[in-house]
Design a protein around this ligand. Structure first.
Ligand code: NAP
Length: 295
């Protein structure tokens, strides 16, 4: 069996088209323009490129975008003051603080300072708690993107054995939580593995759906999965450069070998990656609708 490739690029494109229409309608009917502010401290090239991508996508969809690039020596007080102003600004519905912050800044305090109603990343403890009890306002972007990939690829989640490899706060724990909910597009039986799991293969071999967010190339090999599994590879690992100097990216799964056993699999790049920014846009639209009292 050679797996169906679940293309995040294609599914993200579909969702962006839907959002574009929704945004145009919001403007026409209600005179509401969703607004996203990005905050970047310092000059990390990867972070700069992520923020540029978010800005570009916002503009392409008709979202008002405001970019705050601050010098690396910005103090905690200055950063908190900016977040305070953005919290009060009615043009801004979503605030995205690009992580990681420089070491001298207290990341937790900064994330907690964002108004939970504008926390389109879904990292504020209020939003984490709301997800846990099944009443989320904003789902964190990467795990939400994974859920959408599965739903839109027609993968049956109800009753499925889902195994998640990785327990980070941004991917592993929230995707486990999302798929565990008593809801359509969820209702799975979820197991979470990590570096202290005794026998990872025992779990991964039972998975109908295997979600891997370990940050280790080839953490999952073909002998660790069953025939017919659906694999979502979240990992992004830079393993070298091409002759032209471009980074070579691979996921956490031994793609070439596992695709011969899997029913469906996401590629890296072009799988989960394109979904993350798209879900940020979806959250920003949701925030604008909530602020305007539109259901
Ligand atoms: N495409 C996207 O949009 C996107 C978004 C976010 C992240 N990512 C990528 O996804 C990967 C994971 O990100 P993250 O932020 O969740 O990483 P992280 O914070 O480093 O967490 C990795 C998790 O995987 C576990 N782990 C590591 N190696 C393992 C192994 N061999 N077997 C079992 N568990 C293992 C760790 O266990 P312990 O807790 O025991 O240490 C940890 O819980 C990274 O490659 C990252 O670049 C992609």
């Amino acid at each position: 069996m050679t797996a169906q490739i679940i293309s995040g690029t294609e599914i993200a494109k579909q969702i962006r088209e839907e959002l574009k229409q929704e945004i145009a309608e919001l403007k026409d009917k209600y005179n509401v323009i969703p607004g996203l502010a990005t905050v970047l401290v310092g000059e990390d090239p990867a972070s700069q490129s992520y923020v540029s991508g978010k800005e570009k996508t916002s503009l392409a969809l008709g979202i008002y975008s405001e970019r705050h690039d601050l010098p690396a020596e910005t103090t905690q007080e200055e950063l908190l003051a900016l977040i305070g102003r953005l919290n009060k600004d009615p043009k801004i519905h979503g605030i995205l603080v690009q992580l990681p912050l420089p070491k001298h800044l207290n990341e937790t305090e900064v994330l907690y300072a964002v108004d939970p109603k504008k926390d389109v990343d879904g990292f504020h403890p209020v939003n984490v708690g709301k997800l846990m009890i099944g009443e989320p306002d904003y789902l964190p972007c990467t795990p939400h993107g994974i859920q959408q990939l599965l739903i839109r690829a027609g993968v049956k989640l109800d009753g499925a054995e889902v195994v998640v490899v990785g327990r980070s706060n941004i991917v592993g724990k929230p995707i486990a939580n999302i798929l565990l909910q008593k809801k359509e597009g969820a209702n799975a039986t979820v197991t979470v593995c990590h570096t202290r799991t005794r026998d990872i293969s025992f779990h991964t071999k039972r998975a109908d759906i295997l979600i891997v967010a370990a940050g280790r190339p080839k953490a999952i090999t073909a002998d660790m999965v069953k025939e017919g599994v659906v694999v979502i590879d979240v990992g992004v690992n830079r393993i070298g450069k091409t002759a032209e100097g471009k980074s070579i990216l691979v996921g956490d799964v031994d793609f070439d070998a596992v695709k011969e056993k899997a029913k469906a699999i996401t590629p890296v790049p072009g799988g989960v990656g394109p979904m993350t920014i798209t879900m940020l846009m979806m959250n920003t639209v949701r925030a604008a609708k909530q602020a305007a009292g539109i259901a």
